[in-house]
Every structure is written in structure tokens, then in C-alpha cells.
Design a protein around this ligand. Structure first.
Ligand code: TRP
Length: 390
């Protein structure tokens, strides 16, 4: 059996180096999520499970591995009190199954009663990635918004906005831009350097814009002070830390009354070849527009296998599901049945199930989902204007 070169085995590599988090790096390598939690003081999500009546799949399975102050949001959900979910996206190329995980989180929280804010970080992308606003807007709508709608995002209680164009309501719009301009007086250059390392003008603008993205739902022009949760990849945690500090410091002055925002963090879904799933490499991801043949080819040819080098070896020692990308895709989202995924794991690790058989299951599951999704996407298009009217 041919063995693909495995670039960054997430679960195997582990050394004495501290984990680094850079929110602007396009190549995040996390070796050890436990270590990340310890280093940055992120809480284990496991202890939250008993406080949530219907946790989503990624919560149950430990893929959502950490949080800050999520208890406040869990309480709001249970007591049916007002709370906000806010997250942001950098529109970059094709919408793939890694992006779908964030979409699932957004939609789950909306179903739990969240006022839902989705920010298109077009100003950040303009400054940091040098792309024209028009193109960013188009990608945000054609790739992200349409797929979000097809996956279940509802226009009711949803505020989908662009950093470059907050709202047609001048009161709300002014309040947001005013806040971007004002949050800088609760931090220092030294604090920012300690959090982000090397800074640039573009990074500094992005930071204050993101701080305001996360805090502005609590302004009186929006929802007023209430719990806010920000679901993101852990690469965004530096922004969360700074925002929470700024929020507490602003509370003291009478102009603002912010509850420090909560967050939770998911692990990154591995790319097909084992490294990062990246929009710039079509053979690292499965796009939600990939056809059945493409999916089959990508999984068969490229998905890194945790199987033995020969059938004999595989039967004897079994496969390693923790590095096997087909298994990981099933575990992260495509086999929602906890009993079935456990059975697959057992069969594969014992060597009874071969790599080819495992890949076949993944191909079928993914194609089943994509076929349904294609139909939903066609209907989704009609709803787009309802998300853009503000
Ligand atoms: N910086 C985020 C990214 O790189 C995008 C973003 C902008 C964001 N504003 C936000 C994320 C607010 C969460 C909350 O993807």
C-alpha cells in the first residue's frame, strides 16, 4: 500500500517548545491542544457538558476542546435569557468542510436562541491579504453566506455584516465605527507586543476592528450588555484575550458597560494530506461544491492513511485512526452516530477493517451529504437578499 508523506502529524509531534499562536499565520500547526489550554489559561470544555442540555457533536466528541467563561452562556441558554453569538470570517476562496465546522457552530448557537452576528472581515482581508473589497464581498456571499443558509442559518435574529459597511441605520453604523476608534485607549503598545509579537499598521487596525466586532453587540444601539460567545479556531484566542481585558477595563468608565465576552475553540480539521486544510491547495480540502468523482479521487489518492504498509501488516497491527484522515473526517462531522463511529474505530484499529474499506465509508458519507447540500444551496440563493437588507 502506498504511503503518502505526512507533513504535520498533529497528534504525534510533541516537543518541549511552547505552542505559538499567530492569528495572521495562514499555516497553523498545533501539536498539542492540552498544552495550548495550559499555556494560555483556556478552560477544558469537558466540564461544561453537564451544563448543556443538547451539546452539539463537536462538543460531545471533544473537538471543541476549550473555552473561556462559556458557563455564562450555558446559563443564558438554560434560562432562555438574551445572549449573542458573534464570529467573523475572512473570505478566502472556496468554502470547504473546515469552514463547515464553524457554520455548524453558528447554526447550533442560533438554534439555542442566540442573536446571531456574522462579521465579514473584509477590511482585515484588504489590509492583510491585499484583495479588492468587491471581490471579497462576492466571495463572502457566493461561497460563505449561501453555504451558511443551505446548512441552516436563518434570517430571523441574524445580523450578517461587513466591516466596510456596518449598517444602513446611521445610529448603529456610527456606534460601531465610534467604538473601533475608542477601544485603543484601554491597552498599551507593550501589552499588544506581548500578545502579538511583531506588529504592523495593518495588524493594529485589524486588532481594534476585531475588538469592536466582538464588543459592539453590547452597545445600547444593538442588544445592550449581555453574554456574548465567540466560536473560533484557537488561532483567534489572542484577540479574545485582549478583548476581554479591554472590556473589563472599560466597565469602570461610565460610557461603556461590557460583560467580558466568552469563547470556545475547536481543533482544526486535518487537511487531506495530513497538514493544514487550506483554501490555497485544492488537494488539501473537500469543497462543498466538489462533485462525487472529485470526492472519490481526493479521498482515494490524497487522504493520508493511518493503515499498515501491507495488508498483512495491517491485519496484524491494525490502523491508527488518530492520524487517518478518512477516519478523522467521519469523526469530525460525517458520522454523527456515536455508536457507529466507535465501531469503525474499533474495527480499524484492530485491523479487521482495511484502509480501502474505511475510505469507502468516508466517500459514501461525504457524497451523501454533498448531494443533499447541492439541492439546498440552489434554494438558499433566494434567501440571500433577506440577509443583506440591513
Ligand atoms: N480575524 C478573523 C479571522 O482571521 C476574522 C474576524 C474578524 C473575527 N472579526 C472577528 C473572528 C470577530 C471572530 C470575531 O478569521
Amino acid at each position: 500500500m502506498h504511503r503518502q508523506k505526512y507533513n504535520q502529524p498533529i497528534q504525534i509531534l510533541s516537543d518541549a517548545m511552547p505552542e505559538k499562536i499567530d492569528p495572521w499565520s495562514q499555516d497553523i500547526k498545533v501539536k498539542d491542544y492540552q498544552k495550548i489550554r495550559e499555556e494560555f489559561g483556556i478552560e477544558d470544555f469537558g466540564s461544561m457538558l453537564s451544563r448543556i442540555s443538547s451539546p452539539m457533536l463537536q462538543m460531545r466528541r471533544g473537538i471543541i476542546f476549550g473555552h473561556r467563561d462559556f458557563g455564562r452562556v450555558a446559563d443564558a441558554i438554560r434560562k432562555k435569557k438574551k445572549f449573542v453569538m458573534l464570529t467573523g470570517l475572512m473570505p478566502s476562496g472556496k468554502f470547504h468542510i473546515g469552514h463547515k465546522m464553524v457554520a455548524d457552530e453558528i447554526i447550533y448557537l442560533q438554534e439555542q436562541g442566540a442573536r446571531t452576528y456574522v462579521c465579514v472581515a473584509d477590511i482585515e482581508a484588504y489590509n492583510m491579504r491585499n484583495q479588492p473589497l468587491e471581490q471579497l464581498r462576492k466571495t463572502a456571499i457566493e461561497e460563505y453566506l449561501i453555504n451558511y443558509i443551505a446548512l441552516g442559518l436563518k434570517p430571523k435574529n441574524c445580523d450578517f455584516y461587513f466591516q466596510s459597511q456596518r449598517s444602513n441605520d446611521p445610529e448603529r453604523s456610527n456606534a460601531y465605527y465610534r467604538l473601533i476608534g475608542m477601544v485603543s485607549n484601554r491597552t498599551t503598545m507593550n501589552e499588544m507586543k506581548a500578545i502579538y509579537g511583531e506588529l504592523s499598521p495593518g495588524k493594529i487596525v485589524s486588532v481594534f476592528t476585531q475588538v469592536a466586532d466582538i464588543l459592539h453587540p453590547q452597545l445600547p444601539e444593538f442588544e445592550g450588555a449581555c453574554p456574548v460567545v465567540v466560536p473560533v479556531g484557537v488561532d483567534q484566542d489572542p484577540h479574545i484575550r485582549l478583548t476581554r481585558d479591554i472590556a473589563s477595563r472599560m466597565k469602570g468608565n461610565r460610557e461603556f458597560d461590557f460583560i467580558p465576552p466568552s469563547s470556545f475553540y475547536h481543533e482544526f480539521m486535518p487537511g487531506l494530506k495530513g497538514g493544514k486544510m487550506s483554501s490555497s491547495d485544492p488537494y488539501s480540502y473537500i469543497a462543498l461544491t466538489d462533485g462525487p468523482k472529485t470526492v472519490k479521487e481526493k479521498i482515494m489518492k490524497y487522504a493520508f492513511s493511518g493503515g499498515g504498509n501491507s495488508i498483512e501488516e495491517h491485519r496484524k497491527h491494525g490502523g491508527n485512526p488518530d492520524v487517518d484522515v478518512a477516519y478523522q473526517m467521519l469523526y469530525f462531522m460525517f458520522e454523527p452516530d456515536d455508536r457507529k463511529i466507535k465501531k469503525i474505530r474499533d474495527e480499524y484499529s484492530s485491523g479487521r477493517m482495511l484502509t480501502g474499506e474505511l475510505k469507502q465509508i468516508a466517500i459514501e458519507k461525504i457524497n451523501e451529504f454533498l448531494e443533499e447540500h447541492r439541492k439546498k444551496r440552489e434554494k438558499a440563493r433566494r434567501l440571500v437578499p433577506r440577509f443583506l437588507k440591513d
